[in-house]
Design a protein around this ligand. Structure first.
Ligand code: HSE
Length: 329
């Protein structure tokens, strides 16, 4: 990894890091994509006090601590400061002061901890004038993600940084591949108002013994999904959202999931699965209208089947990734 050419440091920055959908059916821990909303904002400024201070939080932050050693924003920002000290980022004040605007729901399966982790690292990078490249941002953000999710997985952090679809070819060494985004592809996402602990959901997977036939099924689906993205073949893409390994293990954690998935597919979804470890559920569609209709349909079914209200999102794939914003959006 190389440090980008240093530019003058900035006094104050505001950054945005988007939500992400991970696994996408067959791609457990290796496939993810970014969506436009929701996402987290972090404001940062330099401080004479060494290290990281979380000076304020708002939004869905009731259950979060301002202790920078126990909040992913602080952990990833501290990793970014250490990286700056180890490289050619140039002179800087001793510390940073951060404010987290936590707009993402916690434990939602939408990459909430990844978004905050990326925002913490990006805020430091942008204060340094945009000092870090993609891989450096991901490495810093993964330190935050690791602290809360019970293991290293980059399928939220990576697309959060880069935007678009990302495939993680290898974790050691880390190698990411950006995949094409079919122009017509739209995504419907519903977040039911219940929580799934990623660490707990990962423990369930780690404890399970899997049949080789199920692994074979997922290999075929994952390869087909990559092919579909390269061909812009939405029908094949949708058919490939099939997970014989992880979804069956985790579906019981999400009340109403089977009914919601059936409703999406009967409503014309190209494909449907859990987002990350859930409870959010996503469906692929071929137009904005279809995506909005599917989100409403899935939300209705969550209410009928499990008594759960939902937040709904419908739109395209975010292709920009986490970024500095000029003013408060
Ligand atoms: N790939 C991770 C998992 C994503 O499924 O555990 C967690 O959001």
């Amino acid at each position: 990894m190389s440090m980008a050419t240093p530019t003058p440091i900035r006094d104050r920055v505001r950054v945005f890091a988007p939500a992400t959908l991970s696994n996408l059916g067959p791609g457990f821990d290796v496939l993810g994509l970014a969506i436009d909303e929701p996402g987290d904002f972090v404001d940062g400024e330099w401080s004479d006090r060494p290290g990281v201070e979380i000076a304020g939080m708002r939004g869905n932050a009731d259950r979060l601590t301002t202790d920078p050693a126990r909040n992913v924003v602080g952990i990833s920002a501290a990793a970014a400061l250490r990286l700056a000290d180890s490289g050619a980022a140039g002179p800087r004040p001793p510390g940073v002061r951060l404010w987290l605007d936590k707009r993402m729901p916690l434990a939602s399966g939408l990459g909430s901890s990844a978004a905050s982790s990326v925002a913490g690292a990006l805020a430091v990078s942008e204060l340094l004038g945009g000092a870090f490249d993609r891989d450096q941002l991901i490495a810093c953000a993964l330190e935050g993600e690791r602290a809360v999710s019970g293991g290293i997985h980059a399928d939220n952090v990576a697309p959060c940084v880069t935007g678009g679809f990302v495939l993680i070819r290898s974790y050691d060494p880390m190698e990411l591949l950006s995949l094409p985004v079919p122009e017509a592809l739209r995504v419907a996402v519903v977040h039911p108002h219940t929580a799934v602990s990623t660490a707990e959901a990962r423990r369930l997977v780690a404890e399970r013994r899997f049949a080789i036939g199920d692994a074979v099924a997922n290999l075929g689906q994952l390869a087909a999904m990559i092919t579909a993205l390269h061909r812009s073949d939405l029908a094949l893409l949708g058919r490939s959202i099939s997970d014989a390994l992880v979804e069956p293990v985790r579906a019981p954690l999400v009340p109403g999931f089977a009914e919601v998935k059936r409703a999406a597919l009967e409503g014309g979804a190209l494909g449907c699965s859990l987002s990350g470890s859930g409870p959010s559920v996503f469906a692929f569609a071929a137009s904005d209208d279809e995506a909005r209709m599917l989100a409403a349909r899935m939300a209705d079914r969550f209410r009928e089947a499990a008594g759960l209200d939902c937040d709904c999102y419908a739109g395209g794939v975010n292709q920009r990734g986490a970024c500095r914003v000029e003013d408060g959006a």
